[in-house]
Design a protein around this ligand. Structure first.
Ligand SMILES: N=C(N)NCC[C@H]1O[C@@H](n2cnc3c(N)ncnc32)[C@H](O)[C@@H]1O
Length: 449
């Protein structure tokens, strides 16, 4: 869950646009636009890197967050030709900001955008969406139910409890000695009422505040949280879970979820491509193809949240590309998480992009007990997260037997701490050993800044 359903996350006044699950204002700096018009377009423009970037291939320029780069040309919306200390190469435009210094100042007031974030969870809309998601909510209920005997006399922390549903499951289905339901938004006031209304006030204590800041009277045996965002990490609530783990979980205590996996698959997206790109080929008998570069930037530059991929759209078997162990994962690890993949195309089709989803697993409190799994992929019951679609700029026809090899890098935004960039590198090799038949590509997707 995250900023959802048109929550207005105001960064600056100006043009606003709505993505599937996220509406935010982004500055349209007329000043910059005028500057670009007026300026002789041969003079380089200074930009500041807001993330680290490790180039792949000799023509890409590596840089670190904070580096000042001179941009000499912008051959495409995604890749610019830039210089750093005399070295020239291609750089991902999404990693650069012209007003980064100003942006940094702005974000230093609220790098976590907590006012908007917790404000969005202070209304019922998002809680209704989460509670209406039966796959999600029943999975947590099943975790409690299948561990009810072991939960007896245990101390539980429910981090980011929202309306308190998981805490109420614990009190209703098991006999823990106490449950600390921690919620930072104003929903906590109602959560207290729900706990009382359902006769659980002897067991459940609601604490309003950020999990990183509240004080518990004791360590806990179980830390349970529903922290997953789109593409698993968006929102980075997971950082709060790790901090709470380090501070409040007893040695030998249990994390629910215990592990998380990000799954990826090369896919077709015929209807989405037709709707956003092919549409411009012949609307009402006219040629609108000059708008296609605009469509590519507007519809394919960022990931598509809440995409529903059909199993038949998968061109290969999906693969877990990132695995997180919630006992060993460290906050510093969240800055950059890399995964590798090697897919074998199982059926000929059009490679439009990659689709990602996640699975979380809840180990049993009893040794050898059954693990509960919440899978948000296309072969499981649908959840409110659905899946996330990353569209390539140009579709590629692939044949059965081809291979798609590459990497995915989740790079946390150093300025906006709930956001990240997802960079995909891929190479497509034909089933024959014909090396000329190798196509490579790379694309960075801001999520969302
Ligand atoms: N992606 C998700 N599942 N988000 C769950 C969000 C729920 O956790 C709450 N929450 C998120 N982070 C925190 C935090 N650090 N401390 C307390 N509550 C939090 C938030 O107010 C909302 O009710």
């Amino acid at each position: 869950m995250g900023f959802r359903n048109n929550v207005n996350c105001l960064f600056w006044g100006g043009m606003s646009f709505t993505c599937d699950k996220y509406e935010f204002e982004e500055e349209v700096t007329t000043r910059n636009a005028e500057k670009e018009e007026d300026e002789d377009d041969t003079s380089p423009e200074e930009y500041v890197a807001v993330s680290n970037f490790t180039g792949s291939g000799s023509d890409q320029l590596s840089f670190s967050s904070g580096d000042a780069l001179l941009v000499h040309a912008k051959p495409s919306p995604e890749w610019w030709w830039a210089e750093l200390q005399g070295v020239i190469g291609y750089v991902p435009a999404g990693y650069l900001r012209q007003d980064a210094a100003e942006e940094e100042d702005t974000s230093m007031e609220d790098p976590w955008q907590d006012e908007e974030y917790f404000g969005s969870y202070g209304t019922l809309r998002l809680h209704l969406e989460m509670l209406s998601d039966k796959s999600r909510t029943e999975a947590y209920r099943q975790v409690v139910l299948s561990n009810s005997a072991s939960l007896r006399n245990k101390v539980v922390m429910d981090l980011g409890c929202g309306t308190g549903i998981i805490s109420l499951f614990c009190a209703q289905l098991a006999q823990p000695s106490g449950v600390y339901a921690v919620e930072a938004s104003s929903m906590a006031e109602y959560t207290r009422q729900l706990v009382k209304q359902n006769g659980c006030e002897e067991v459940v204590t609601v604490l309003q505040g950020r999990a990183e800041e509240i004080e518990l009277p004791e360590q806990v045996d179980v830390l349970v949280s529903e922290w997953m965002g789109n593409c698993l990490l968006f929102e980075f609530m997971v950082e709060s879970v790790l901090l709470a783990r380090d501070r409040w979980l007893k040695d030998g205590g249990v994390m629910w979820p215990s592990s998380a996996a990000l799954t990826l698959v090369p896919c077709q997206a015929n209807s989405y491509y037709a709707e956003k790109m092919a549409f411009w080929e012949r609307p009402y008998g006219l040629d609108f193809t000059p708008l296609q570069p605009l469509a590519q930037q507007e519809f394919f530059a960022k990931p598509k949240f809440s995409h529903l991929i059909e199993p038949d759209d998968c061109l290969t078997a999906p693969r877990d590309v990132i695995l997180l162990d919630m006992y060993t994962l460290q906050v510093k690890d969240l800055e950059e998480i890399k995964g590798q993949f090697h897919f074998c195309v199982e059926k000929s089709g059009v490679f439009h992009g990659f689709t990602a989803w996640f699975t979380v697993r809840f180990e049993s409190l009893e040794a050898g007990g059954a693990t509960v799994e919440l899978n948000t992929g296309p072969n499981s019951d649908p959840t409110h997260w659905k899946q996330t679609l990353f569209m390539l700029d140009r579709p590629v026809s692939v044949c059965a037997g081809d291979s798609i090899t590459g990497t995915i890098v989740l790079c946390r935004n150093p300025v906006w701490r709930r956001h990240m960039n997802v960079t995909l590198h891929w190479s497509i090799n034909g089933s024959t050993e014909d090396t000329d038949n190798c196509q490579v590509g790379t694309k960075s997707f801001p999520m969302w800044r």
